[in-house]
Design a protein around this ligand. Structure first.
Ligand code: DGL
Length: 266
């Protein structure tokens, strides 16, 4: 059990920001990653489609012997996690990227909090309803920011174009007066500093990677299934391969990786 990998999936390669945080906190763990590049973006899909994809991907990760399946995609966490819990909760440890952040927020006592994410994540209302339950004194303001994923993937970071887009979304308006902003999309950590600058560095920017990695570490410790063998081997799969995906995967994972195509949709 201990040597089995951590299964991680996302709509594409954005979930590699979470995988990167996991490798930093748990360097002794192996990972098996699946990016559903054939179907991205999930942010524009229906909840039903995302749940269908997520079930199939979870089966793939279980075939690869995952001891944990981590949904490293906010759109899938908001729309498919309940279904995954029903279908696989008795077979494998399941984690998402929303509950750990909601738990963290409940320890901070914010009065006004912002959430940004894809259209799917924001329209699901998942962050709002979960935070409302666990932190009743916190007002949550949420905003879909769909231009940010293509902007990041095309490399518009810390330049005039990204500044104009971020200012238009984030300055003033409903997000004014927030004490913290949740980055509700696994792509956004790449522009965390730029977002922080828009808020004059006086608003806490919450990114799920590290928070999720700590919850994962606690879970593995409690269940006594940390990999202490010293043997680590990582695998990265995508459902559609292009050199472009490999290039942007490097930006998200901060090191070269070898993406392999897995035909799970045939
Ligand atoms: N990684 C996805 C998320 O966290 C965003 C990308 C997409 O729309 O597929 O929601």
């Amino acid at each position: 059990m201990k040597q089995r990998p951590i299964g991680i999936f996302d709509s594409g390669v954005g979930g590699l920001t979470v995988a990167h945080a996991i490798k930093q906190i748990l360097p002794g763990e192996s990972i098996v990653y699946f990016g559903d590049t054939a179907h991205l973006p999930y942010g524009d899909k229906s909840a039903e489609a995302i749940a269908f994809y997520s079930v199939k991907i979870t089966e793939f990760l279980l075939e690869h012997d995952a001891k944990v399946v981590l949904v490293a995609c906010n759109s899938a966490s908001s729309s498919a996690f309940e279904q995954l819990t029903r279908d696989f909760g008795s077979k494998v440890i399941l984690l998402d990227v929303i509950d750990p952040v909601v738990q963290y927020v409940s320890t901070r006592g914010f009065r006004r909090l912002g959430v940004i994410g894809t259209k799917r994540t924001i329209s699901s209302g998942t962050y709002e309803s979960k935070i409302c339950q666990s932190s009743p004194g916190t007002t949550v303001v949420s905003m879909a920011t769909p231009l940010l994923v293509p902007m990041i993937e095309e490399g518009f970071i810390f330049d005039d174009i990204s500044n104009a887009i971020l200012r238009t979304y984030l300055s003033g308006g409903s997000l004014s007066g927030i004490e913290a902003l949740i980055l509700g999309c696994t792509h956004y950590p790449i522009i965390k500093n730029q977002i922080s600058k828009i808020f004059n560095f006086n608003t806490e920017i919450i990114d799920s990677g590290r928070i999720v990695a700590m919850i994962l570490r606690d879970t593995l410790e409690k269940k006594q299934i940390l990999n202490d063998s010293g043997s680590v081997s990582d695998m990265f799969f995508v459902s559609d391969y292009t050199e472009y995906f490999e290039k942007i995967a490097r930006m998200f994972f901060e090191r070269d990786i070898n993406l392999r195509k897995a035909d799970i949709w045939c």
